[in-house]
Design a protein around this ligand. Sequence first.
Ligand SMILES: [Zn+2]
Length: 345
Amino acid sequence: MSGWRFLILGFLTVWWAAGCMTEPAVPPPGFAPSPKKAAETPPGWVPDGYVEAIPRMPEKGYLLKPLAPEVYFFSNGVYNTLFVVTEEGVILIDPIQGAGHLLRRAVREVTEQPVIMMIYSHPHRDHIGDASMFAEGIKIVAHRETQKLLQRYNDPARPVPNIAFGEKYAVELGGLRLDLIYPGDGHGKGNIIIHIPQRRLLMFVDVATPKSVPFKNFTTVDIFSQIAGLKRALQLDFDTYVAGHLYRPGKRAEMEEVLQYYFASKRANAEALKRVSIGKIMRESRSKDIERKMGEYYEAVAEECYRILKPKWKPRLMGFEAFARGHCDVWTAFHRTHQSPGNAR
Ligand SMILES: [Zn+2]
C-alpha cells in the first residue's frame, strides 16, 4: 500500500470512529470497486445517488491552496481547515487530529512565521486532537462552552483555550480581522462560525458539508439551533465556506442547498406522519410487545419520509442512502415532543 493510501485509510478509520462525524466521503481512488466487482453486486444492493469522488492526494499527503490573500485551505481529503498567514504570525484554525505534522509542513510551505494563535471551531477531538503540537506559549481562542468542556475533559491532546468568549469575538492580526460568532448549540456546544469579511470567507464545521446530507441523525444536540446557525451564517457576507470535511471548500449556494435539505426532511417527516396509520401498523403487527409495535410504526414513518425525499435529494446529495431515514427519525422525535418554533420551514 503506497504512503498516501495508507494515510487516507488511517484518516477514514479515525473519522468513522470519531464521535462528531459529518457526511461520509466516497472511497478514495484505489478503494472503489473494480468494474468486475461491480458486476458481482449482490441482489438487493441499493445503488448510490450523487457521488463526488475524492481526488488522489498529492504524495505529501495533503492539499494546500490559497483561498484568498493570507488565507490557506488545507485538506487531507476527509478533513479540512484554514490557516491565516500574516506578517505578525500565523493563526491556525482546527489542528486536525492525526494531521498536525502535515499542517506544520503545510504552514512551512508558505511562511517562516510561527503559529502564534489557534482557534478551535468546537471541542470535538477529531477536529482539534493535534492541538498540543502547537499550543506551547500561544493564544488559544474558543467559545466559553468549548473552554468549559475542555476543562472537564482534561485531555492533554486538547489544551484548554486561554481566551474564551460568549456571543462574539474579533481577532485582528496583520490588518486582517476574523469574526468569531456563536450561533447556539446546534452540532454541539461551543461550535462557532468563523467569518473573514475582508476575504468573503467563512468556516462553519460539521453542519453543512457541500453536496452531502448531514451526518447520522444530524449529529446535533439541538436541531433547531443547528438550522438557526446555518441561517445566521447565510446572513453573513461570504462566497466560499469551509465545512471541516471533504477535500474542497463549498460555495455559498452549496450551504443553501444543504439548508434546504434540512427543511425538506422536516416537511417530509410531517407528511409521512400524516400518511402512515398507527392503527393499521398496530393491527397488522405480529408482535405482542407494545414497544416493538411503536418501533415498527416509527420505522414505517421513516421509510415513507425517505420515499418522499428520494426523488429530489438522492440525485443531489451524497450520503442520502445512509442517513435520510435517520434524519426522518430525528424529526419524528421532534414532532412528537415539540411545537415548531417557526425557525424552520
Ligand atoms: Zn464535531
